[in-house]
Design a protein around this ligand. Structure first.
Ligand SMILES: O=C(O)C1=C[C@@H](OP(=O)(O)O)[C@@H](O)[C@H](O)C1
Ligand SMILES: C=C(OP(=O)(O)O)C(=O)O
Length: 441
């Protein structure tokens, strides 16, 4: 069966994870979600035919592709089996879709699209799931008017639905808060490529999730646009730079990689991930160093990462730069000797779910002591026992607790289909650790 035939577990109510003694495997991952989103948006802004090779085809990138099509100026073809997405200009102008643009739970896409709708003719309304209608967009809405764009929250609460009227994104100088999400800054920089004037973005406070802005700058450079900057306080995109299309190759997803690093860590196994290495700008690669501090050994090569589990011990770690792998590290910490303190993670409360609350509640169900703080978590390692894990419609909660189930019997993951947001083949890749035999449904 090809890995892209629908996995029945994506529709199941729950899956019971089958424990594994240990493993030594090479695991090939799908492409980076963050790069796939960026290249898709840049391709649509470029006016040039563009092909993404090694692209991640998942719920989020499919919602973004569908939204781009709705503007009428590009055709987007998605070939999941070939891991290829092609974006082709239609020759029509970019027009606000008549129907609402619905992006599901895709946070990065909606933030990229809000500023992008400032390039479309007419009024665009963007919305998503119930949780998406709670996620904050206020800093972006406050920064857009100085660049010419009128954008507002329909309910006046800073969250979707968001109404944007264009064409209005002319460029200029604006100030933005980076304290809530880096995606706002990324959105302005990406969409500045189509502005008539230079765009200067002043970040007025400390920017969270900085590596994601580095990825944005790298993606822009890959497509021919240079961002001039002063650290993380000012970024300038000079007008008149032309985005080139052509073929871009997406490296494997470092957040997805985290689950297999964690599997090696908790089982004392070895995993090798090809296609990603030293040069990667994905901040989540930082998990390798964190797991090394916890007692694992790692080799980070030019084009592969190998990690072997060891005697695990707790650490103190600031994870502001790698929020998406906090749940993964928290699960590893549950199996470590001593206490792990994870700090500077307030942004976890405004992701697909409140991830500090969710990880705390689910680890406690497994008998682990967790102290929950406003922007931190303290986990005392022990011997977790099986539990039925609620996943809060959050792919990362499902995937990290599945890893706990490789070591602890009777871990049941509810709503396993939620992994499709970023990793639709997750359950099959997990199976492959068991020598290719299927895990129980
Ligand atoms: O720009 C991106 O691709 C992302 C930025 C991060 O969000 P924040 O900047 O909101 O922390 C991260 O959590 C998200 O999964 C992807
Ligand atoms: C937070 C995430 O995504 P987004 O903000 O793009 O919805 C994630 O994938 O963990």
């Amino acid at each position: 069966m090809s890995s892209f035939e629908i996995d029945p577990r994506l529709k199941a109510e729950s899956v019971t994870i089958r424990p594994l003694q240990t493993f030594d495997k090479r695991v090939k991952l799908l492409g980076s979600k963050s790069y796939s989103n960026r290249y898709l948006a840049l391709a649509a802004l470029s006016g040039e035919p563009t092909t993404l090779e090694g692209a991640l085809v998942c719920d989020d990138t499919q919602y973004l592709g569908e939204a781009l099509r709705q503007f009428g100026h590009v055709e987007v073809e998605i070939d999941p089996a070939a891991e290829r997405i092609t974006v082709t200009p239609t020759g029509r102008t970019m027009r606000a879709p008549e129907e609402e643009v619905y992006v599901g739970a895709a946070g990065t896409p909606i933030r990229l699209l809000i500023a992008m709708a400032g390039h479309a003719d007419g009024t665009t309304v963007l919305t998503g799931t119930k949780r998406m209608q709670e996620r904050p967009m206020g800093s972006l809405l406050e920064a857009l008017p100085a660049l010419g764009v009128t954008a507002e929250a329909v309910r006046g609460n800073g969250s979707p639905p968001i109404k944007v009227t264009g064409p209005s994104f002319r460029g200029g100088s604006t100030r933005i808060s980076g304290a809530v999400s880096s995606q706002f800054t990324s959105s302005l920089l990406i969409n500045a490529t189509r502005a008539e004037e230079d765009t200067e973005v002043h970040v007025i406070d400390d920017l969270v999730s900085k590596p994601y802005v580095e990825m944005t700058i790298a993606a822009l450079a890959e497509m021919g646009v240079v961002v001039e900057r002063e650290g993380y306080t000012r970024f300038t995109v000079a007008a008149g730079q032309k985005l080139r299309g052509g073929t871009v190759t997406v490296e494997p997803d470092a957040s997805g990689m985290s689950y297999f690093l964690a599997a090696a860590a908790v089982l004392g196994g070895t995993v090798t991930i090809p296609g990603i290495g030293k040069g990667s700008k994905q901040g989540d690669v930082g998990l390798v160093a964190a797991l090394t501090r916890m007692g694992c050994t790692a080799e980070v090569g030019d084009d592969s990462i190998t990690l072997t589990g060891g005697e695990l011990r707790g650490i103190d770690i600031d994870m502001e730069a790698m929020p998406d792998v906090v749940p993964t590290l928290a699960v590893v910490a549950a199996f470590a000797q001593g206490t792990t303190h994870i700090s500077n993670i307030a942004s976890l409360r405004i992701k697909e779910c409140d991830r500090i609350a969710a990880v705390t509640a689910e680890l406690r169900k497994m008998g682990i002591t967790v102290e929950e703080h406003a922007d931190a978590m303290t986990i005392t390692g022990g011997t977790p026992h099986g539990a039925v894990i609620d996943t809060y419609d959050d792919h990362r909660i499902a995937m990290c607790f599945a890893i706990a189930g490789l070591r602890t019997p009777d871990v049941v993951i509810t709503d396993p289909g939620c992994v499709a947001k970023s990793f639709p083949t997750f359950w099959r890749v997990l199976d492959s650790l068991h020598d290719g035999t299927a895990s129980t449904l």
